[in-house]
Design a protein around this ligand. Structure first.
Ligand code: GLN
Length: 232
């Protein structure tokens, strides 16, 4: 039996990596955290626990070379104002068009949405959902819930809700990965993820790890369309 395993390793090694006998691991994705306002430092800390040093993005040139960007929770109207002031609105849309992945938390989900209500507000329109700001109530109604998420397995996700938005409708291309009080709370549309809650306020890094997988896939897809190089 030991001989068979050794033989298999030699065979695999000879196919993939003749000199060392080991396939080179895929390089980790390069991730940025939009650092204009809100809980960007906590997202960077969650990524650090996964071995990723995130780039803090305050200006458009910092997007260069990234595979994915996290838009944190905070106050979406303030973040939107800063996005416009720093001329980051169009570069973020271009980053998505060029194959970059996104993960928006709470206010970040609001900024990614196609349509924002309560009140209406301009948004990037990169995620086909309609979203109601403060849809779970005001600060006093902020709460912690729990729900299952088959994409992430056991245990249940802890849902820290802080003036969270409610996703009131989602287009056909949007996968609902978790729900809270009947509404989608964790969604994915291709390389765009959003949660209406705050995993960065818990010790659970599974959603961040999931985003790293999405960003890695996005990079591989971009590399394939660009003929094996990633020019972002
Ligand atoms: N209610 C905030 C907004 O409308 C979002 C709150 C949050 O990100 N925790 O932008």
């Amino acid at each position: 039996m030991a001989c068979d395993i050794a033989f298999a390793e030699v065979k695999m090694g000879s196919i993939h990596e003749p000199t060392t006998g080991r396939a080179a691991p895929a390089p980790p994705p390069r991730i940025g955290v939009l650092a204009l306002q809100g809980s960007f430092a906590l997202h960077a800390a969650a990524l650090r626990r996964l071995g990723i040093e995130a780039v803090e993005v305050r200006r458009a040139p910092a997007l260069e070379g990234l595979d994915g960007l996290i838009i944190p929770g905070g106050e979406s109207s303030t973040m939107l104002k800063f996005l416009l002031e720093e001329d980051l609105f169009d570069p973020l849309i271009a980053f998505h068009r060029d194959g970059g992945a996104f993960y928006g938390t709470c206010a970040g989900a609001i900024l990614l949405a196609r349509t924002v209500e309560n009140p209406a507000q301009e948004s990037l329109g990169l995620l086909d959902v309609e979203i109601q700001r403060n849809g779970y109530g005001r600060q006093l109604e902020s709460h912690v819930g729990a729900c299952s998420c088959s994409a992430l397995g056991e245990p249940d996700l802890s849902l820290v809700m802080i003036r969270g938005p409610v996703i009131s409708s989602a287009g056909p291309g949007v996968e609902v990965l978790a729900k809270w009080r009947g509404a989608p709370a964790f969604v994915r549309e291709g390389r765009v993820l959003a949660t209406t809650f705050h995993p960065e306020l818990t010790d659970d890094t599974r959603i961040h790890a999931y985003f790293l997988e999405v960003a890695t896939e996005a990079r591989q897809a971009t590399g394939a369309t660009l003929g094996g190089t990633n020019s972002r």
